[in-house]
Design a binder for this molecule. Structure first.
Ligand code: ADP
Length: 624
């Protein structure tokens, strides 16, 4: 169903949705969202692994067996020298050593290692940060090495999963490229060329934007088959295993728990792997020359805005279950946005689009449900009330209008005696006055029920009001030969609106006459009981069933018998009577027996103030 929303409401709605968008996108930049983004990334990453490729690197692992056979952790330098010597025949493109060699050791061993580094001619050494200062290898080794690379993990890398590596790292005004990047440079024999947006080494252009906050991060695309890894011990025992390294880049690092410096969780397997494996995986990403990039802020904002707009439009143009189903569809599809981007090698933050979709759908649905629907219902109710009011006016106006029409027609058409003419003019005057009063009463009751007007609160004597009603109803009763008895004068005074009370009593009297057969009696009585004045109207008319009595105060309700009698009106009178009595702090009671008659009693509180009653028409009710 198409709905029209007022412009103001549309603006508020758009504002709320924009707030949802801002909240979702801004929260995505906080640490609150990163675990969610990371978790989603890992799920997508595992669900859509890349096709395997021939490895360009291999790891020569210094494992437990190597330590056991070569003098333990204390002989690590000797072991590294042995590893370099062992790799000699394999003609590797580059050798990255993920072992920190900061302090001078046994001079003989250091000399042997330096000689091995020099002989290999393509060695990249590691440097790590310690207390904000680069902990470099001793100058002897640096002099023989081809390059120096950092082995620092991603900053603020809370969950320990190796998803990204910082390509560069600066400390103490010295910058180091990553170990694997230096190894790649040596292997490619090409310089590192950098710009703000990327880093180029030979044919590989790495889309890693320089970011002061996060550094220059590169997503690691892990090789599905893993990195071929051989223990140095195995190579020592079986030199044919060296073939694994032929023409590739070798990474030498400790995998034994005893000497392992760093370990990282693999996003692929969820297991701990040693740092050297992660460096090799990052190297494979370079060698493969296929990179994952972060979605730009503009891209994230535009995508999230599209999702929010979709959810917003759904609830403007649709409603009910169709709107809920459509928004559920948009929310479901939005979960897949990061997957779609991932297939285009773009890492899209899951939280931003997820939060945008859920927040905007919830906000749009609530807004439609609580605000727009409520207002639409209110407008509908207003319309209904208006229609009822029109019907009431039409109904109540009919009889005076008929009388006026008839009389004026007679006056125009026939030559009437002066006395008759005067009589008719008087009647026309009286009826038109009655109509004016009726309109006023009607408007006042309407305003009262809308809360726009406070009821007049003046003391007035009840007796004269009842008398006036009796006079007014007399012609109606005469026509049906119904006699109205009011034997005792009605005492007591009320506090409220005299006009309205007159309307209420008159309505009860006309009903009693209308719904009674000819030649019957109607009794009117008043009684003061404690603080209440009870005025009852008893007839010998058609009466009502108990069930019917329960409904007569509902607007438009008319009993079947009343309709058959041809007297029934619109069924609004009593609902107004009830409102008037309630506004006076009283209540109305009905006792009725079908075929025998009814007793309508109104009980209203007496005024404490002295009576200022009179029989003349009081003024128009005062408005506030
Ligand atoms: P209206 O008389 O214009 O139809 P009311 O609201 O005054 O509207 O009355 C509602 C209905 O209650 C009437 O249509 C009639 O069926 C029933 N009713 C009211 N007064 C009496 C009565 N004195 N005796 C029998 N039925 C009555």
């Amino acid at each position: 169903m198409k709905r029209r929303w007022p412009a103001r409401q549309l603006w508020i709605y758009a504002g709320l949705l924009a707030a949802c968008l801002a909240l979702a996108v801004l929260t995505d930049w906080t640490s609150f969202a990163s675990p969610i983004d990371n978790y989603a990334y890992d799920l997508i990453y595992r669900a859509y692994p890349p096709h395997d490729w021939p490895p360009s690197s291999a790891v020569l692992a210094v494992d437990e067996a190597t330590f056991n056979a070569n003098g333990g952790v204390r002989n690590l330098r000797g072991i590294v020298a042995d590893a370099l010597a062992a790799l000699g025949p394999a003609k590797t493109k580059a050798i990255a050593i993920d072992v920190i060699l900061p302090d001078p050791g046994d001079p003989a061993v250091d000399a042997r290692l330096a000689a091995s580094i020099e002989r290999a001619g393509n060695v990249v050494l590691s440097s790590q940060l310690a207390g904000g200062v680069w902990e470099d290898p001793i100058p002897l080794f640096i002099a023989k090495a081809k390059a120096l690379g950092h082995v620092h993990p991603e900053e603020n890398h809370s969950d320990g999963v190796g998803r990204r590596v910082p390509l560069e790292y600066s400390a103490n005004r010295q910058r180091r490229w990553a170990l694997m990047l230096e190894a790649f440079r040596v292997a490619q024999d090409a310089p590192i060329v950098e710009s703000i947006e990327d880093v180029q080494v030979g044919s590989a252009v790495i889309p890693a934007r320089r970011d002061d906050r996060k550094g220059r991060l590169m997503w690691i695309r892990h090789r599905p088959g893993g990195i071929p890894t051989v223990s140095l011990r195995d190579v020592q025992q079986d030199p044919s295993k060296l073939e694994l390294f032929r023409g590739k880049t070798a990474f030498i690092g400790v995998t034994a728990l005893a000497g392992r410096r760093d370990q990282v969780l693999s996003p692929v397997t969820g297991d701990y792997v040693s740092g050297v494996i992660v460096h090799a995986q990052a190297f494979e990403t370079l060698a493969q020359n296929r990179f994952l990039t972060d979605a730009s802020n503009l891209n994230v904002l535009a995508t999230c805005a599209a999702v929010v707009i979709c959810c917003g439009l759904i609830f403007v143009f649709l409603s009910g279950w169709i709107a809920y189903a459509a928004s559920a569809f948009v929310v479901a599809v939005s979960h897949l946005v990061p997957v779609l981007f991932f297939h285009a090698d773009v890492v899209f933050p899951f939280f931003a689009v997820f939060a945008s979709a859920w927040l905007s759908a919830a906000c749009a649905a609530s807004y439609q449900h609580f605000v727009v629907r409520k207002q639409l219902l209110a407008t509908q109710g207003e319309k209904e009330r208006y229609q009822q009011a029109i019907q009431w006016v039409a109904h109540e106006m009919r009889s005076p209008l008929t009388a006026i029409q008839g009389s004026s027609e007679m006056m125009g058409r026939y030559a009437l005696s002066e006395e008759r003419r005067k009589q008719m003019a008087g009647m026309i005057h009286a009826e038109s006055k009655r109509m004016a009063r009726m309109i006023q009463t009607f408007l006042d009751v309407e305003r009262l029920s809308e809360g726009q007007m406070e009821m007049k609160r003046e003391p007035f004597a009840a007796g004269p009001v009842v008398d006036l009603c009796l006079q007014r109803v007399a012609p109606l009763a005469e026509r049906k030969n119904i006699s109205i008895h009011c034997d005792e004068p009605i005492a007591g005074s009320l506090l409220g609106d005299r006009e309205l009370m007159e309307y209420a009593i008159y309505n009860l009297l006309t009903n009693a006459v209308k719904y009674s057969p000819a030649d019957t009696h109607v009794f009117v009585a008043g009684a003061v009981r404690q603080t209440m004045l009870r005025i009852s109207v008893t007839d010998q008319g058609i009466g009502m069933e108990k069930k019917e009595v329960e409904n007569i105060f509902r607007k438009f309700y008319r009993t079947e018998k009343a309709q058959k009698s041809g007297e029934a009106g619109t069924g609004i009178g009593l609902s107004i009577v009830e409102q008037i009595v309630t506004h006076h702090g009283g209540k109305i009671e009905v006792i009725s027996t079908p075929g025998k008659g009814s007793v309508f009693t109104i009980a209203v509180p007496l005024a404490e103030a002295p009576v200022a009653g009179s029989n003349k028409d009081s003024s128009v009710p005062q408005r506030v």
